[in-house]
Design a protein around this ligand. Sequence first.
Ligand SMILES: [Zn+2]
Length: 509
Amino acid sequence: MKLTSVVVSSTVVLASALSVSAHVGRGFAVPEPNAILQARSGHANGRRSRMMARANPSTDAQMAKVEDESQQCKPYGLSNSAELSKAYPKASQIADIVVGDDEGGRLFEELLSSNTIPNIQPKQGVENHMGISDQASNSYNMDQDPDCWWTATGCTKPKSKKFEEDITSCPEPRTWGLTFDDGPNCSHNAFYDYLQQNKLKATLFYIGTNVIDWPLQAQRGLTDGHDICVHTWSHHYMTTLTNAQVFSELYYTMRIIKDVTGVTPRCWRPPFGDVDNRVRAIASFLGLRTIIWDNDTDDWNVKPDGSETTQQIDQNYQNIIKQGNNGTTNDHGVIVLTHELTNSTMGEFIRQYPAIKKAYDHVVPLTACFNATSPYAEDKPTYPTFSDFVGGNIDAQGLPDANSMTVNVKSKMDIQSQKNQTSAGGFSPKSIKQAANGGSSSSGSSNSSSSSAAASSSNSGNGSSGSSDNSASNSQNKGTDGQNGAFSKASVSIASFAASAALSFLLYL
Ligand SMILES: [Zn+2]
C-alpha cells in the first residue's frame, strides 16, 4: 500500500469548514478548500477501487477492502441504523441522558446515590465547551490543586486514595506504547493496512459519534486485533460538563462500541487531557480507567489543517524517538499521543515508524504494556501478554468474524466499577497489580459477581501501578488532546466532533 493512498477524507473537508467558527486561542490556518479538493482528486486508486466502487459494502470485511477514500467516507446506513440513532444522543450535541432510556437513567441515579462523586463544580467552559474560561483558570488554586486537574497542573495522581491515578506511561523499558485517538476515521483503510503489514497493534481511542457514523470502520479496529477504548461521545472539555453530561459522554460511547463491536471497553482517554477528580469518579463508576500519555507528537496541529509545519511535527517525533536509545527509557517506556484524525496524522506516523522501530526495542499496544489480556467486560477476545507479544504472538484470540459481525441496538453491558475489577488481565489498578504479581492473566473479567456499577465508597483501590507522580508529566504536552498545563488559552481543535456532526447531519437527513 502506497503512502499516498492515505488521502484527505471528506471528514477533513467538513471539519475544516466547521472549525472556523469554533476557533479560539492558538491559531491554525484554515486550509484552502481547493487545496484539499485537489489533494483528493489527485489520488489515483487504480483499477481495484473502480471495481469496488460498484459494490456496496455491508460488512467489516467488505469495507476493509475499499481503497477509494470517497467511497469509504460516503455516508451509509445499516439495516437498523434508524433504530440505532434513536437510542443515542444527537451526534451534533454534547451527550445527555436520552429521553426514554430507562436503563441509562437508572444507572445515573445509581451513580448519584453511590455518593462517589466529589463536590466539585463544573469548570466554566467557553466556545460551546471547547475550551476553559480565563476566569476558571485564574481562580483555580494551582499550588494546592485540590481537584487534581490535569489541564491546570498536569496532575495524574490524586492525593485522595478514593480516586485511581491515571495511567501515563508504559512500564516496560525501551518500549513505545502505541495509541491513536479520534477514530474511527472513515478513510483509515490504507493506514490500518500499513499497521497490519508491519505487525503493529495499537490502542485505539474511539469517539462515539464516529462509531455510530462509521460502524464498519469501527469493527475493523477490533477485528484487526487492536484494542479499543472510549474517547467520549462528542469530544469536549469534560471538566466543564455537568455530572449527567459527563456520565452520558462516557456511557453512550461505551454502549455504541458494545452495539457495534460486541465488546465493552474499560479504559478511556479525556479529550485534551481534561480530567479532574469529579470526572475520574464518574469514569471509575462506569468501570473506565483514565489513560493519559507522557509524550505528545502534536500531530493533530500539522498543516494544512493545523498551524505547525511538517518539520515541526517531525522534530516532535524525533524528540520522542531519541528517548528510545539514549537511556531515558531504560527505566520504563512511553505512551505516545498520536491521532488517526486526518491523512496528515496517519501519514506522519507511517513516515516516522522506521525510525521509531530502530530506536525502540518494542512498539506495543497498551494491552501488552500492562498485560491486560482481558481488557473488556466480556471474556473474549483476549490479548497477548507483553512477553507473548514481543515474542511474536501479537494476535488477539477469540475475535469476531469480520464477515458476519452484526450491529445490535441497546446491548446489555456488564458494568463494574474500577474498584470491583480485581482479577488480572484488566486496566484497573488491582488488575495490573495482580498481573504484576503473577496472577492468572487468562482469567475473564472481574471475580465480582455484581452486575451493578455501584461503586464502593471505601478508600481502597488506589493504584500502585508504578506510573508517574503528579507533576506535569512532559513538557511537550499540548495539542488537541494535550493542551499544555497552565491554561494555554482556550482550545482549538479541528474536532472530529465537527466532522461527525456534519456527516451525521447528512446521514440522518
Ligand atoms: Zn481526541
